[in-house]
Structure formats: structure tokens, C-alpha cells
Design a protein around this ligand. Sequence first.
Ligand SMILES: Cc1cc2nc3c(=O)[nH]c(=O)nc-3n(C[C@H](O)[C@H](O)[C@H](O)COP(=O)(O)OP(=O)(O)OC[C@H]3O[C@@H](n4cnc5c(N)ncnc54)[C@H](O)[C@@H]3O)c2cc1C
Length: 393
Amino acid sequence: MAGISRRGLFPLLGGAAALSQGTMLRAALPQRGMRVAVIGAGIIGASIAYHLARDGAMVTVLEKEKPAAGATGGSFAWLNAGGKRPHPYYMLNLLGILGWHRLQTELGHDALPMQWNGCVQWRSGADVAQRTQASIEQQMAWGYPSQMIDAARLSALMPGLNPGAVDVASFCPAEGTVNPRVATEAMLAAAETLGATVESPVSVTGFDAGAGPVRRVLTGGGALDVDAVVIAAGLDSMPLSAMLGAHVPIETSPGILAHTEPGANVLPRLAFGAGANMKQPPDGGFVTGSTFAGTPDMAPTRKNGERLLAAARTYVPALHDLKLDWVSIGHRVLPKDSFPIVGHLPGKTNAYVAAMHSGMSMAPLIGELAATEVLGGPKAELLTTFRPDRFAG
Ligand SMILES: Cc1cc2nc3c(=O)[nH]c(=O)nc-3n(C[C@H](O)[C@H](O)[C@H](O)COP(=O)(O)OP(=O)(O)OC[C@H]3O[C@@H](n4cnc5c(N)ncnc54)[C@H](O)[C@@H]3O)c2cc1C
């Protein structure tokens, strides 16, 4: 194989013991020792690779650029489920949040630092207030711990916030965030410790499959014999799946974010006001964007970064001390009907795809479920409505 292996194959059996809490329980899975190629080292590929390695597979991750080079590296990474509908999609996100707590325990808090202080949101305007109230009530009816709060509670939760007019505010203590690059690297490192190999830059160019199962994955630098392949290639999951005869329709929209240099922590939790979504994860770097919708007309220039930062500073004056470091652009992975596409490709018993938006929120759960299914374990009922065959024919 061409490319740089970040570590040799099966190097540290000793290290595997430290990460093997789940292994004993999973010894009954039928396909231990299976050779699995995971295409893509974004948050989804990294999570699937970690869970496969944890469960005894011989994993090779193939990444065409570098880990977190795709949507993951440009993600805001708000880990949330509130407002996500219908109920099965909400459950994937809710269990995703739970999965992050499990992962933090498995990988260690030092390897996977996270911020779990929740998220506040506020707005002005009577119609917005009405809509927010209805949304929060629906979330509460599903057991999600969102709550309406008044201006006094908002300032108690966010000392130093200058929110302007507040007609409605809410708080969800269950939400959090993580640095998406750090999380991706942490999962890949854990997978490597368990014997996985991460090859990058190596681009997958095709498959040796014919009408049957995939036997080899083809790359610019050679071919890899496999028992199974997982396509977690973000936007490129569409053309790669097409090579195996499957229609996996994905669209995209860009989003830019301004990142500051690390500094004193001025933002204890995620904070969303009109025109500024803000967070400051444990590494101290502050991150802000203007909207969760696409921003196709905003190039990732320093000028636009300064504009985003200026909007955030009107709400949090202490941000004046933090300097713009860089501006990212991420291209969202948007399945055509907005919902995750996860499962074996139609007609291919050993080719699996995982492509989605909100992948940061769901990554630990998707990794767990995908690994179980790839290794021949039970099919997850949770994924029933998210299978790729909904686009077949
Ligand atoms: C601006 C923005 C804000 C977001 N905010 C949030 C948020 O707040 N909360 C949330 O939950 N989600 C959010 N998302 C969505 C989330 O980031 C994505 O759903 C997630 O990162 C997708 O991860 P992925 O691993 O599927 O794809 P990617 O991160 O795109 O990874 C795919 C990888 O595959 C590699 N690859 C592609 N083709 C090949 C090939 N042929 N061979 C080898 N490698 C290949 C790529 O180089 C890439 O590294 C946001 C996304 C963006 C862009």
C-alpha cells in the first residue's frame, strides 16, 4: 500500500488491554478477526473504526487527505437532539449524546476533553417567542431536558453576557460540545492502540466486486484484501456507493466559522443569540458562526471571520481579548431527504455505508451500531427507517 501508515499493523497488544472493557462482553459476535476497510477518517469513519477495533476486527482506515479533512474539520460540533424530528431521528441524536459520555469513559477524559455545561439560547420578537415556546414544550413532552428560562436565569447561567432584548430564552443542560479534530484523532488513536492501521493520504479509487461481495478495495497505491468495507467518506460516499451499484443521494451546503486563539475561558456553555452561535470548548479556542443554515455567499476570508467575531463580541464583550486565529469552511453532508443513510448497500452483503448531517451528535452511537452490524451482530431496530435501500429503484 502507498501512503503513510500512522502506526504499523497490530503493534501494541499491551495497549489493547487498556481499552478492552467492551471486548469481553462482545466475544460472542460471530466475525471477530474480520478484515474491514473503513473509507474516510472523519468523525463517522473514526468512530466506526474504533468500535470495530474494540470489537475484534482487523481494521484499516483509508483517508484520502488527513483525518478530519472533510465536514468534520469545519463542524461547529454542537451535540444536541432538541428539536430533531421525527422521533426515530431524535432518538439517534439523543443516544448519540449518551454515546459521547460512554466514549469519554472508554477513551479517558484526558484523551477526549469535552464541555458538558449545556446550551442557552435567547431571542427577541413575539412570533419567535411563540415558536420557541412550542418547540420547547414538544421537546419536554419527549423527555428532553430543555426548559424555558427568564432573563435573570439567563444572566446567572451566562455571567458577562450582554443579550440585548430578550423575549424568550431556553436552557438545555444535557447538551455539550467537543473539538471535532481532537475527537477524531482520539478515536483513531484508540483504534490504533487496538491494532487498527490508519493510512493517509490514500484515496480509494474502486472496488473488486463484480456482482458479488467486495473482495478488494482499490487505491492509487495498490489493492487491499477485505472481508468487508465501510464507506464513511462524507460527500464522496455517493460516488463510491455508485461504484457498487447503489444510489446514495447526498447534497451539500457550506458553512464558515471563525476560530480565535486559545485564551481565558469567557463562555462557560454554548450560547446562541440572533446572528451568533458561540462556544468555547476546553482547549480555550472560541468558535462562532452566524447560522446553522448554509452560508453559500460567505468565503472563509479573514474579513468575514472578523465580522463573525464582531457579532459575537456584541453579546460577550470579554471576547475583545481573544484574537482571530483562522476561518474554516465546512461542506455539510446532507442526505437528500435530510436523514442519515446507514446500513449495507442493497445487494452487497459486505459493503456498508454511513453518511449523515449532525454526524457529530450521532457519531458514537453510529460507530457502535455500525460495528455490530458489520461484524454480523443483530440489526439495529433504531436504524430501520434510515437504510440506504429507501433510495433503491
Ligand atoms: C459548518 C458545519 C457545521 C456543523 N455543525 C454541526 C453541529 O453543530 N452538530 C452536529 O452534530 N453536526 C454538525 N455538522 C455536521 C457534521 O460535522 C457532519 O455530519 C460530520 O462531520 C460528517 O462526518 P463524516 O465523517 O461523515 O464526513 P467527513 O468529515 O466529510 O469525512 C469524510 C472523509 O472521507 C475522506 N474521503 C472521501 N473520499 C475518499 C476516498 N475516495 N478515499 C479515501 N478517503 C476519502 C475525506 O477526505 C474525509 O476526511 C456541521 C457541519 C458543518 C460543515
